[in-house]
Ligand binder design. Structure first.
Ligand code: PGA
Length: 251
């Protein structure tokens, strides 16, 4: 299927960024408001400490701001946690759910990821639901099966009009400089597209499927041109506005 969906380039800053990093956000906002702005939607997910200030910078709609995680409940006695409703209140419009660093480092299961995505949808946030196989699973030719299983468990049922984004991020490609071959990316994205259309009907045809894992200015154009790749989830290369904008310009 040709890429008729407007691409989304999303930056995931992870646990990086202090107040002075807002200069990078400002630079992205300026570029996105200029006349040579990249022809895609752009989202930055800074650490939650910077979220509200980043949202103010992007409030002319040139830049969307999102969070990297949320709790399944909207409020209550959960010391240290942050709800989807709080993120929306701070200016977020997206939230990442089930990044592999949270699945691995915080024991997040498919069921928990699904509950987080549901909590996000309930307050009008768009969840970016992450899936992806490990190196061992790819070596065992299990990549497609593992990802289908993660989708089955992590994607909540949707009400009419609710939107999600899927991010395919092979665990072994995150932060390593390694990326799958083009044909492996095409095969996986096409399998995810089939899954979405089967589960969501026509809405599944336009659901964005992002590729994530070592996307850089030097490889973005080639990856973003592949069928069913509707954007990217960018970690390391999103921390500097110049690199991030170079990726957005390649979309
Ligand atoms: P990376 O991270 O671009 O640094 O590989 C991607 C991600 O974890 O979302």
């Amino acid at each position: 299927m040709p890429n008729t969906v407007k691409p989304l380039i999303a930056g995931n800053w992870k646990m990086n960024g202090l107040g002075d990093s807002l200069l990078e956000v400002q630079a992205v906002v300026e570029a996105m408001s200029g006349k040579n702005a990249p022809n895609c939607d752009v989202l930055l997910c800074p650490p939650v400490t910077l979220l509200a200030r980043a949202a103010v910078l992007g409030s002319d709609n040139s830049l969307a701001v999102g969070a990297q995680n949320c709790h399944v409940a909207q409020k209550g006695a959960y010391t240290g946690d942050i709800s989807a409703e709080m993120l929306a209140d701070a200016g977020a419009t997206f939230v990442i759910a089930g990044h592999s660093e949270r699945r691995r480092g915080h024991g997040e299961t498919d069921g928990l990821v699904r509950a987080k995505a549901r909590a996000a949808l309930d307050v009008g946030l768009i969840p970016i639901i992450c899936v992806g196989e490990t190196q061992a699973e790819r070596m065992d030719a299990l990549a497609i099966t593992v990802v289908e299983h993660q989708l089955d468990g992590s994607v909540p049922g949707l009400e009419a009009g609710e939107k999600i984004v899927i991010a395919y991020e092979p665990v072994w490609a995150i932060g390593t400089g390694e990326i799958p071959t083009n044909s492996d990316i095409v095969r996986m994205h096409s399998s995810i597209r089939d899954w979405l259309v089967t589960k969501l009907g026509s809405a599944g045809e336009t659901t964005r499927i992002l590729y994530g894992g070592s996307m850089k200015p030097g490889n973005a154009a080639e990856i973003l041109a592949l069928p069913n790749v509707n954007g990217g989830l960018v970690g390391g290369a999103s921390l500097k506005a110049d690199d991030f904008l170079a990726i957005a310009s390649a979309a």
